[in-house]
Design a binder for this molecule. Sequence first.
Ligand SMILES: Cc1cc2nc3c(=O)[nH]c(=O)nc-3n(C[C@H](O)[C@H](O)[C@H](O)COP(=O)(O)OP(=O)(O)OC[C@H]3O[C@@H](n4cnc5c(N)ncnc54)[C@H](O)[C@@H]3O)c2cc1C
Length: 411
Amino acid sequence: MLPPPAPPSSLPRRRRVLVIGAGFAGAHLAIDLAARGGLDVTLVDRKPYFEVVFANARALVEPAVCERSVIGVEELKPHGTFVCGEVVSLTDREAALADGRKLPFDYAAVCTGSAQALWKGDARGVGERREELRAQHAALRAAPAVVVVGGGPLGVELAGEILTDLPGKPVVVVHSGPRLLQDLPCRAGALARGWLEAHGCKVLLNDRVAAAAEPPGAAKGGEHGGGGIGQDGDGKSGGGGGARALRTERGEELPAGALLLWAVGARPATGFAAPALGGAVGEDGLIKVSGTLQVEGHPHIFALGDACSIPESKLAFLATGHAGVAARNIAALAAADAAADGGGGGGGAGAPQLAEWRPGMGLPRLMLVTVGRSWGITAIGSVAVGGWLASRVKSIAGFVEKTRRAVCAAP
Ligand SMILES: Cc1cc2nc3c(=O)[nH]c(=O)nc-3n(C[C@H](O)[C@H](O)[C@H](O)COP(=O)(O)OP(=O)(O)OC[C@H]3O[C@@H](n4cnc5c(N)ncnc54)[C@H](O)[C@@H]3O)c2cc1C
């Protein structure tokens, strides 16, 4: 005769995994964990859509891109339970949302990326976000001129897109450093500047946009003169900004009424985690992790993507790679817990062997900066070359479709 079924209390408890942030790292992680089975996965994000953020510079000149690059969570492959809400605080065992809800967990993964409010958007739904991106395009078309603030990869790409798709629109790039693309080999900056100036762009180095001198009677606006897109905290597309005068700190006059496009450094969106994680959150906001992507001093919490301290470029394909390693490690730890619940202690096998992430996937540092639709800069290690290669390899439409195939149930 068969023995009676074991009482429910002796069954291994399903571990609860909370994935905070449904961007590249978080969406891939939740999908991977859900596919493994045996875990209660919850994915939480402040907005109910996944966005291919690096398509946004193209969407600014070609808004139809957002029909594919903004993806509702309901379109994603199975990813556990989705909760829409902003995580405002964390303890070692639960996350609290802005509306007071609590999300308990056994394992958590902080995948909140960086806070560049406007480029990412905070709309309440897919339709609203697409409207926001279309409004940004309309503001760009209507603006008499454009000032791109920041001469890193995003600023250079933005200027290139506008000069190519809206020829004749005056564009000024204002950069605080001595050369464009200053994190890439020296030649990259010279190549970018050469292309931009050859296409009529004014490039101002070692300078910043100054507070505007408002003409008498002008309505109070933001800190700076023109309307803007990408400015932290603004969150919406800006208009042309009227006729307020803009200038730089070194006294250069900027085109009146120019639309400001903010392409300046983003900070990791990890403030909510700092009290719980203490010294594991650095002054730069990055969460310190080991090669296994476990947070220093908090082995049941992981940090991935742009939010973590792995020394490598902050790129989408690397965030996606982190998700694979974290999924494997969380599943292994949860399986060991379940074995211990069953009284076997994992068969005496001890702590599970965890996978390690190789910074940059062990490849030489590679950066592709597209400038316009058929030219760009390819930087590998200390070498940079200009030409068609970057734009061929980094096809925005191609990346959007590749991402959809990876995350969507019906791409
Ligand atoms: C304008 C721009 C251009 C870029 N260009 C490129 C490029 O050309 N190539 C490339 O590979 N990479 C590019 N990147 C970088 C790439 O997009 C990031 O490396 C990638 O998105 C990082 O993924 P992530 O999952 O860490 O963060 P994200 O994809 O940013 O996702 C973070 C998620 O967390 C959510 N979130 C944040 N805080 C909270 C909270 N408190 N509560 C709930 N949810 C929260 C956000 O809503 C978001 O959905 C670009 C980024 C930007 C902003």
